[in-house]
Design a protein around this ligand. Structure first.
Ligand code: SF4
Length: 252
């Protein structure tokens, strides 16, 4: 099992430069098929929240590389509708290899025995239920694909296609996609929608930390609403220095 402390420093490196030179073409468009089929990239996992737009990346990637593992980070706090949607997409796309990353039950028993850590310390809750769970599963992979887009929020406006995420390569194929492009893709491929989208949830995370948004609010305004928090923390910084720094969160 990885100890994040031992991960090599990241940042820009030769692989990122090579991939950018080889697969980012005119108009800053990504040759995703080229990336997925390049042996130098290694084994990638597609990490999905099975949220409002997740069907697009899953369909896009599996159309080229149908055996790609799709990873659902099951925090144990998702909406019932999300668990239903995992089943719907798994059968309709279809997803051949679904992997589920779950939090360490021993850690939960110590740190979140009542299941309400999200109220007092949402950062720690996300660290245990998302970040640790995902990073432990990712030890089997060389990198991962995410569905993040630049339009989603201020913290994502400069996302690159390729990042180093600790020891892993991270690929963000949809950075330039906007709501119209996504909608067109849903329609063209007749992809099923997450049932909460029609009820005012354009961005869907865990049930306790997600609310519907009002007209005019940003897409992610309903995530950790009223809390000084905009990301779950599963995305390490480019130097890989995320921070199992809090000793109490180390596994016993
Ligand atoms: S989104 Fe909320 S419930 Fe889910 S892991 Fe983070 S703090 Fe916990």
């Amino acid at each position: 099992m990885h100890e994040i402390d031992s991960w090599p420093p990241g940042g820009d490196d030769a692989l990122l430069s090579k991939l950018a030179d080889r697969y980012i073409g005119p108009g800053n468009l990504l040759d995703l098929a080229g990336v997925l089929l390049d042996p130098a990239v290694g084994k990638l996992a597609l990490v999905s929240s099975f949220g409002a737009e997740s069907a697009v990346l899953i369909h896009l990637v599996l159309a080229v590389a149908p055996e790609t593992d799709v990873v659902f980070v099951d925090t144990g706090k998702h909406f019932d509708e999300t668990y239903d949607y995992v089943n719907v997409l798994t059968h309709s796309v279809p997803i051949r290899n679904l992997k589920v990353a779950k939090p360490d039950q021993r850690l939960l028993a110590v740190e979140d025995s009542d299941g309400d850590l999200y109220k007092s310390n949402p950062d720690s809750c996300c660290t245990i239920r998302k970040t640790f769970a995902l990073q432990d599963l990712l030890v089997e992979y060389d990198g991962w694909l995410t569905g993040r887009k630049r339009f989603q929020s201020g913290s994502r406006t400069t996302l690159p296609y390729f990042e180093r995420d600790g020891a892993h390569l991270k690929v963000n194929p949809l950075i330039l996609w906007d709501p119209d492009t996504l909608e067109a893709y849903f329609l063209r491929h007749d992809l099923p929608r997450h049932p909460l989208v029609a009820r005012g949830y354009p961005s869907i995370g865990c049930q306790p930390c997600t609310r519907a948004v009002a007209p005019g609010e940003s897409q992610r305004a309903g995530r950790w609403s009223g809390v000084d928090k905009v990301e779950c923390g599963i995305h390490l910084g480019p130097d890989g220095t995320f921070t199992r720094t809090v000793e109490k969160h180390r596994r016993r």
